[in-house]
Ligand binder design. Structure first.
Ligand SMILES: *[C@@H]1O[C@H](CO)[C@@H](O)[C@H](O)[C@H]1NC(C)=O
Ligand SMILES: *[C@@H]1O[C@H](CO)[C@@H](O)[C@H](O)[C@H]1NC(C)=O
Ligand SMILES: *[C@@H]1O[C@H](CO)[C@@H](O)[C@H](O)[C@H]1NC(C)=O
Length: 729
């Protein structure tokens, strides 16, 4: 008898053990699960939630579509409408084994599939599992009534729960509140009531195994990247939540997480917005009509280049309308010559000049309105003057992204400065996100949901006529127009994206702009060296350092392309504009005592304030050639004399034989033989070797003294200009 009992008790232990083990392993069949959410409006956040659901194969029942939302907003109690709709919906449903997952969807997303969800739910050992939170909200006084938990969050969050149908029904049974009443408070009161808690069999997911709320927990959640996949991890409890909820003021953090979850993502190839359908332009009968709004708010370099690029933008001009607001008298000539030469090609042009003294905020709102109020305006494309769009297809690429608001990522050359922010500080200003540098430097590529874009961005016209209607987007009590725009957009729950899937271009520095010259861009070699180079350095220059194109017309005389046509023209025009030619036969204009005895008609770089820039040019572009051609010679490109010489038959046509006061001399031809002048050239007497067909933009480099005694050959017609520098005197 005792033996039998012992055996029986052993059997019972074993049986219980098997029971427990099997209840843990018994998987709830996936088809028993139904995801329910309430969404009265299809916000971007809702679409993101649905994309994540689709990615993980959840089927979602959406309640309340088209209803007016009356459940309050995130910062105030409310949400009763959700409870009413859910209660109503479940009322008609039966099946004891059904499992209902109820979750918010405007600010939540799935991070894993239903297999893991249901497993973790059964492991919780209760029939109803609620999302938890570190902060008690909205009724702090209820704190003492909350049961203690051994580890994790002590308070309930109404943003998500999962439970068996009968238990969920029991949870909702007592609801009779108004739509504007607090769901949070209702659920909390049930939870802190021991009898209710027991009869509903509810508990909290305190360690965030299923539900991660971000409110008060931002520092606990990190992203874990692994083999092209990414997962949010709660580092406090070492859990991998299935649903992430950006509740309270953490929506933006969720946007950030949403950049990665549930995207499968790799460092090399990047991703596009997960599940977002592109809009291939080839599928359209006619390209969308775009309003391009251009703002010139400060003196800016390379404005004429901006307009050249605008003309070359790959997009039919009869589908483009332009709004140009120029606040700078300095740039009026650039705008008017663009309008004169190309204005007719565009569908329509509105141009506002500096004399109208239109406030920039008003102007930006006006431009938006031009698109908003024209139902045929498909897109609004903002393009500030300091944007350098190198990619001619930018507009097409952005439209194809098929997003409400998208900016091409542009950066300041060689800097971390860009036209987007990765994150926002608590005060609403810039904060650097963990991945900001990787995105700016292109190590992570994709289309990113960000809290701020500026300078160049595309907005859907339909968006301006719906979610963003009736809002003066650039207005704010305290913020500058750029920040006001993003703040207003974020407040409407509209997402902004930036793409770095392609290279688009860069943004100019507008600091320390000189405006007193004729061609101020010549002075930009320090501020915007890359743009300066593209504008002013010969397109074949880079090939000479590779040993190509270099010619040696006479012993130790090297001949190579260095200046672009534009550089030659601008330098000549600048000198003629300045006009104080000295020396030669023209005694009246001679500058007394200032410069060494150079027996030419010339203007020195110093006279036009171009010495520092010229030195930088010599250092960056001439010194490397010198050091390559005269091995072992290193130069800091010091000079005392650098000047532009003018040769004219009736002024000074030639220069008698002489040595130069230099270690080596650079003689740069600034115009075209046979087109601008006849004759000219340089003769090296010791070698009886003459270069008689100078090439515009090409430099002669030769030793100054001793061996290279030389003369300037007569210019017989027209006017010839050269830029001469005596380097290392
Ligand atoms: C979703 O379902 C599709 C097709 O049944 C399958 O290929 C895919 O792997 C599933 N995705 C997940 C995350 O389970
Ligand atoms: C709650 O449900 C679990 C799982 O079904 C069960 O084991 C447990 O006894 C229930 N608790 C109460 C208090 O009813
Ligand atoms: C650059 O070099 C190539 C090949 O020598 C030549 O065809 C081309 O015209 C050059 N470009 C310019 C702007 O001189």
């Amino acid at each position: 008898m005792r033996r039998t009992l012992r055996m029986l008790s052993r059997f019972l232990v074993l049986w219980t053990f098997l029971q427990t083990a099997s209840s843990e392993d018994t998987q709830i069949p996936k088809d028993k699960l139904l995801v329910v959410t309430v969404a009265t409006k299809e916000t971007d956040g809702f679409r993101r939630f649905m994309r994540s659901a689709k990615h993980f194969n959840y089927s979602v029942k959406v309640l309340g579509r088209g209803e007016k939302w009356s459940g309050g907003d995130m910062s105030a109690p409310g949400g009763g409408q959700k409870v009413r709709l859910l209660k109503q919906f479940l009322g008609e449903m039966s099946g004891d084994e059904r499992v209902i997952l109820f979750t918010d969807s405007y600010d939540a997303l799935f991070a894993s599939g239903s297999g893991e969800l249901l497993k973790k739910f059964s492991q919780a050992g209760h029939r109803l599992l609620f999302s938890s939170e570190t902060l008690l909200w909205p009724h702090r006084l209820l704190e003492d009534k909350h049961p203690h938990v051994s580890q994790g969050n002590r308070f309930l969050s109404s943003g998500g729960f999962i439970g068996y149908l009968p238990n969920v029904k029991r949870l909702l049974a007592d609801w009779s509140g108004a739509d504007s009443d607090s769901d949070q408070l209702y659920f909390t009161k049930l939870y802190i009531n021991p009898d209710k808690r027991k009869s509903i069999n509810m508990t909290l997911d305190s360690r965030c195994r299923v539900f991660q709320t971000l409110h008060g927990a931002l520092d606990d959640v990190v992203l874990k990247f692994e083999e092209g996949r990414v997962r949010a991890r709660n580092v406090l409890y070492d859990t991998l939540p299935v649903i992430v909820h950006g509740n309270g003021p953490t929506k933006l953090q969720l946007n950030y997480l949403g950049n990665y979850i549930p995207n499968t993502w790799t460092f090399e190839t990047g991703c596009t917005v997960c599940g977002q359908d592109l809009l291939p332009l080839s599928s359209l009968q006619e390209l969308p009509s775009v309003l391009v709004a251009i703002f010139i708010q400060q003196p800016t370099p390379f404005v004429s280049v901006f307009f050249e690029r605008l003309v070359k933008l790959e997009y039919p001009k009869d589908r483009l309308q332009l709004y140009i607001h120029n606040q700078e008298p300095h740039h009026e000539s650039h705008v008017s010559s663009f309008l004169k030469e190309h204005g007719d090609l565009y569908q329509k042009i509105t141009s506002v000049g500096p004399e109208e003294e239109l406030d920039i905020t008003v102007s930006r709102n006006t431009a938006i309105d031009l698109c908003r109020q024209n139902k045929d305006c498909d897109y609004f494309f903002n393009l500030d003057i300091e944007v350098v769009l190198k990619n001619k297809d930018t507009l097409k690429i952005l439209i194809e992204q098929n997003l409400p608001i998208v900016a091409p990522m542009i950066t300041r050359a060689g800097r971390l400065w860009s036209n987007f922010w990765g994150a926002l500080s608590a005060e609403g200003y810039y904060a650097r996100s963990e991945d900001y540098v990787d995105i700016v430097q292109g190590r992570r590529q994709g289309v990113w949901n960000v809290p701020y874009v500026s300078s160049v961005y595309l907005m859907r016209g339909s968006l301006l006529r719906s979610e963003l209607q009736d809002i003066a987007l650039y207005n704010s009590q305290s913020l500058d127009p750029d920040m006001a725009l993003c703040d207003n957009i974020r407040n409407q729950g509209v997402f902004m994206y930036v793409t770095n899937l392609q290279m688009f271009g860069r943004i100019l520095s507008t600091e320390n702009i000189q405006t007193q010259h004729l061609h101020n861009d010549l002075w930009q070699i320090f501020q915007n060296p890359l743009d300066w180079e593209e504008r002013y350095i010969h397109p074949n220059y880079s090939r000479i350092l590779k040993g190509q194109l270099m010619e040696t017309p006479c012993p130790d005389v090297y001949w190579f392309p260095i200046f672009s046509d534009t550089a030659c023209d601008h330098l000549v025009e600048e000198m003629e504009h300045f006009g104080k030619w000295s020396g030669g036969g023209n005694k009246d204009n001679r500058i007394q005592g200032g410069y060494e005895n150079v027996p030419t008609v010339d203007i020195h770089m110093k006279q036009v304030g171009y010495e520092r820039e010229w030195h930088k040019f010599l250092l960056d572009y001439v010194a490397p050639v010198t050091e390559k051609m005269y091995p072992g010679y290193y130069t800091q490109a010091q000079f005392e004399l650098a000047f532009v010489v003018r040769y004219k038959p009736d002024e000074q046509p030639s220069l008698r034989p002489h040595h130069d006061a230099s270690t080596f001399t650079i003689n740069l031809a600034l115009n075209h033989v046979d087109i601008d002048f006849q004759g000219g050239g340089c003769n090296f007497i010791r070698y009886d070797c003459a270069i008689t067909s100078p090439r515009k933009g090409w430099a002669l480099m030769h030793p100054g003294r001793l061996t290279h005694y030389h003369e300037g050959l007569p210019t017989t017609a027209g006017v010839r200009y050269i830029a001469v520098t005596f380097v290392d005197p």
